[in-house]
Design a protein around this ligand. Structure first.
Ligand SMILES: O=C(O)CCC(=O)C(=O)O
Ligand SMILES: [Fe+2]
Length: 330
């Protein structure tokens, strides 16, 4: 039976540090088996969730013109992405039909590490009371959870600092996603998807999602629905961790199906916090049991190849392992 493992992170946050070995063992098992988990004991209060969801709802309810005024064109991963302007499957070299088919819209904010070459974080903000505060509070919380996770991941591999060394002043992006189709888009055409299949690009992703179904994870050659347990966050590993571990741990393929239930469109929201590492950090495979080494690369080069695929439609031909897993189930 398909199960998403649950990991209690509290010993790495404000809980009893004596519980760390147990958490590290559970994390190792989850990372080997699936690379996707439900994280409890994260310590994020409901208030922060409410502030995030209110910000997300207010932003995506803005008139189209106001949202499009926040499209960023300098090549950085910031600002508003309108529906059908990205195609995630191209980040791992797989064509989805002949056009950009992902109907999600998104709003991105991030750190200075991958901001514009002129400096700063490159963030743009809508003119909405409370929006920036709500989003920045969430980023602070997600960052705290990501740091605790990478410490625990290091312990699980027997080298506490292995991921922390890659992330002194890291690229970190929060992508708020909104999946909404107009009634006139029904019936849903076969090529249209919420978000195409992909692996995340960085070290680890902290994902808040609402309870509407749509997210699916690939395991054992089949796609499985995943919704967060009540009060849990979803966490998944990204490609940089697969590279560090030589696929001893997995960067899990996932996608979002159109949230259509009983012939009606359901609106769905999520917010993915990507903890991606320092641009100049060199990512090499550790000599772990069974590790199949990847060629060394930098965080910057890896992210650039992935983003050229998803945002600019340039098929990434350097993601052979992820691509072959997708093709195997097509
Ligand atoms: O909407 C979701 O649940 C997943 C989003 C996602 O995979 C991403 O933003 O990378
Ligand atoms: Fe993702």
């Amino acid at each position: 039976m398909f199960v998403v493992p649950t990991v209690d992170l509290s010993p790495y946050l404000d809980g009893d540090p004596g519980g760390r070995p147990r958490t590290a063992v559970a994390l190792d098992a989850a990372c080997r088996a699936l690379g996707f988990m439900q994280v409890v004991g994260h310590g994020i209060r409901n208030r922060a969730v409410t502030a995030l969801t209110e910000a997300v709802d207010a932003f995506f309810a803005l008139p189209d013109d106001d949202k499009r005024a926040l499209v960023v064109t300098d090549g950085t991963n910031r600002g508003y992405s309108p529906p059908r302007s990205e195609s995630l499957s191209r980040s791992l070299g797989v064509e989805q039909g002949t056009r950009m088919n992902d109907f999600f819209e998104a709003f991105n904010v991030g750190t200075a590490a991958d901001g514009p070459s002129s400096g700063g974080d490159g963030n743009v903000w809508p003119d909405l009371p409370g929006f920036r505060e709500g989003v920045e509070t969430w980023v602070g919380e997600a960052r705290r959870v990501a740091r605790a996770l990478t410490t625990a991941m290091g312990d699980a591999l027997g080298d506490r600092d292995v991921f922390r060394r890659l992330a002194t002043d890291p690229v970190e992006v929060l992508r708020m996603n909104h999946y909404a189709l107009e009634e006139q888009d029904l019936p849903v055409d076969a090529d249209l998807t919420g978000m195409g299949e992909h692996t995340d690009y960085g070290i680890v992703t902290v994902l808040w999602a609402d309870a509407v179904a749509g997210l699916q994870v690939l395991d054992g050659g089949e796609w499985h629905d995943v919704v967060p347990d009540d009060g849990a966050l979803l966490v998944n590993l990204g490609d940089l961790t697969a590279r560090v571990t030589g696929d001893h741990w997995r960067s899990t393929l996932h996608r979002v199906r159109p949230p259509v239930e009983d012939g009606r469109v359901r609106r769905r929201r999520s917010a993915a916090f990507f903890h991606d590492g320092d641009p100049d950090a060199v990512v090499e495979t550790l000599p772990l049991p069974g590790a199949v080494p990847y060629a060394a690369t930098t965080v910057r080069d890896h992210l650039a190849a992935k983003l050229a695929g998803s945002r600019d439609g340039k098929l990434n031909l350097d993601a052979g392992r992820e691509e072959s897993r997708v093709r195997a189930v097509r």
